[in-house]
Design a protein around this ligand. Structure first.
Ligand code: ADP
Ligand code: ZN
Length: 550
């Protein structure tokens, strides 16, 4: 598909320069354009910042008729339209939030033989719910004026993805109704199972797939322990490495966003918060100030980012645990779009995981009362969320393997860690490590969980195992258990790491409970009958890597 001998090649190159101001094509752009313009369905996996928009905007410009673009967020659409209008390309959008009369006008213009629109953006719920739009599209199609259908952020189709949107599930009707129109599906995040889903739901059985490496060589990755002085650590890091440069700090809650921003202002940074419960006007204002460099640092929930086009973001800091590896990769991907060296720092502690898991479970419980979806798929989606979280915990807990490798494995990509060139915390350590068989310790921990009737928390189990005689241990007479103090000889943190590994491997299950004192969350360790049975009976061994002492 890289040939420069297609009928449109000259026009393509000329418009890429003249209209879009690009000197050349980025990797895969020409190939994707050639494939879609040849009439094929195409599925594109390209990391954030790779230049996906051009692969449909340029064909839209030089093809007759209208290109339909389905995109999940109005803010993202508006940003795109602004850029298109600046380049003198006629484009419009329809969303449920627009005045009815305004929508009517756009639909009328579409019908008109002199319609100038090259691109029509819609949100997915328009396809799912608006018969008027579908009729208009049928009309365009029958006149041969529906030139291409683009599904942006196509991973939203899949329940296995990190950003499932139910309205995307209806998009399959586009291929059914308009079989002759080529579909171009674009995403920056797709594991094998997400890809399968997208292809199946959208009906793209014979599509051509373009994928390119998700490695971002100009990003450095670090995971640091999150302690009480986390905000001071953040300040020190920015001050030492990216003073007065631009960055995003992702926080879990709205309150965290505000707290972190306020503290950073105290330290003298130009920081502001950004989250979903702010006025749209305030949010737009902050985005604007940020893009003009009047604010350097945005402390935001994940709502901030999709469609953010700032090329010189020098750091992305996670103040708390991301919800999945895919989400994490995408959020980090907002740094260094200009290919300059940038940093990604994740502050991790285990209690954030507990908190997040509780929020996810809670969110589903609330949704459950109104959601039309059946109980089982609801449960399955919750399981996926929990599993995604556990993978993230396992990524953070791993203090041995290359971070790049760990991320890329998740996207089904091979990566040689020696290519990381010491740009992640684990590669930087130059640690040597040894593999240790810790099956015996693992068995003792599982035994202890069973001895205490599967009703105590991780912390409590660890205290008993390490021989603590604090009040709580004594109260429950756990200092009299045979395994009390059995782990005394272990290095600090070692038993904790093994215990967490058992949770990650689902040999133990951590049941989250909301306790009576309002808002506080506690967890109880239980055994997974089958897997812990395998461990105790000798069918399963536990081997972990440990850094060797200097
Ligand atoms: P994505 O949607 O894949 O995240 P975008 O389409 O937003 O990426 O493109 C990211 C940035 O790269 C934009 O600022 C865009 O103008 C720029 N860009 C895209 N293609 C090219 C190219 N061929 N040459 C130079 N810049 C490009
Ligand atoms: Zn590395």
């Amino acid at each position: 598909w890289s040939s420069t001998h297609f009928a449109w090649t000259k026009e393509l190159e000329a418009n890429n320069k003249r209209v879009f101001g690009n000197r050349s094509f980025r990797p895969n752009q020409r190939e994707i354009i050639n494939a879609t313009m040849s009439g094929n369905d195409v599925f594109v996996l390209m990391p954030t910042g790779g230049g996906k928009s051009l692969t449909y905007q340029l064909p839209a410009l030089i093809c007759n008729g209208v290109t339909l673009v389905v995109s999940p967020l109005v803010s993202l659409i508006q940003d795109q339209i602004m850029h298109l209008l600046q380049a003198n390309i006629s484009a419009a959008y329809l969303s449920a939030s627009m005045e009815w009369s305004e929508q009517q006008e756009i639909l009328r213009e579409l019908m008109s033989p002199t319609c100038t629109y090259k691109l029509l953006y819609v949100t997915p719920e328009k396809i799912a719910k608006s018969d008027a739009l579908l009729r208009q599209l049928e009309n365009l199609y029958s006149r041969g004026h529906l030139s291409r259908i683009v599904i942006d952020e196509a991973h939203c189709v899949s329940q296995w993805g990190h950003d499932f949107r139910p309205d995307y599930q209806h998009l399959g009707i586009l291929k059914q109704k308009f079989p002759q129109t080529p579909v171009l599906a674009l995403t920056a995040t797709a594991t094998a199972s997400v890809k399968e889903d997208v292809v199946q739901v959208l009906g793209l059985a014979n599509c051509i797939i373009f994928r390119q490496s998700f490695n971002r060589p100009n990003l450095r990755y670090f995971v640091w322990p999150k302690t009480k002085k986390c905000l001071e650590d953040i300040h020190n890091f920015i001050h030492a490495n990216h003073n007065k440069e631009c960055g995003i700090i992702y926080c879990l809650s709205r309150m965290d966003c505000e707290k972190v921003a306020a503290k950073l202002r105290e330290y003298g940074h130009k920081a502001s918060h950004y989250h979903g419960s702010m006025d749209p006007e305030d949010r737009a204002n902050i985005q604007k100030q940020w893009s003009k460099d009047r604010i350097n640092i945005i402390c935001a929930t994940v709502a901030f980012g999709m469609g953010i086009n700032k090329p010189d973001v020098r750091f992305v800091i996670h103040h708390s645990l991301p919800k999945s590896i895919e989400g994490y990769h995408q959020e980090c991907g907002r740094a260094g779009r200009d290919s300059q060296l940038s940093s990604c720092v994740l502050f991790y502690n285990y209690s954030d995981y507990i908190r997040l898991k509780h929020m996810v479970t809670q969110g589903f419980a609330e949704q459950g009362t109104s959601a039309p979806r059946g109980g089982s798929s609801q449960e399955q989606a919750l399981e996926t969320h929990k599993e995604n979280l556990l993978r993230m915990v396992s990524y953070c807990e791993n203090d041995v393997d290359c971070r790049r490798l760990l991320q890329l494995i998740h996207f089904g990509e091979m990566f040689n860690p020696s290519c990381c060139a010491k740009t992640c915390d684990n590669c930087l350590k130059e640690l040597r490590w040894v593999e240790k068989d810790v099956t015996n310790i693992a068995r003792q921990l599982v035994d202890l969980v069973m001895m205490t009737k599967q009703t105590y928390s991780t912390t409590h189990i660890l205290e008993v195992y390490r021989g603590s005689v604090n009040q709580n241990v004594k109260k429950h007479r756990h200092d009299t258990l045979s395994l009390h103090g059995a782990g005394k000889h272990l290095a600090k943190g070692e038993a904790a790491r093994i215990l967490r590994h058992l949770v990650i491997e689902e040999i133990l299950i951590e049941d989250v409970k909301k306790s009576e004192n309002y808002g506080s969350v506690s967890s109880v360790l239980k055994t997974n009958h089958k897997k812990s049975g395998d461990l105790l009976s000798g069918k399963h061994n536990v081997v972990l890597k440990f850094p060797t002492p200097e």
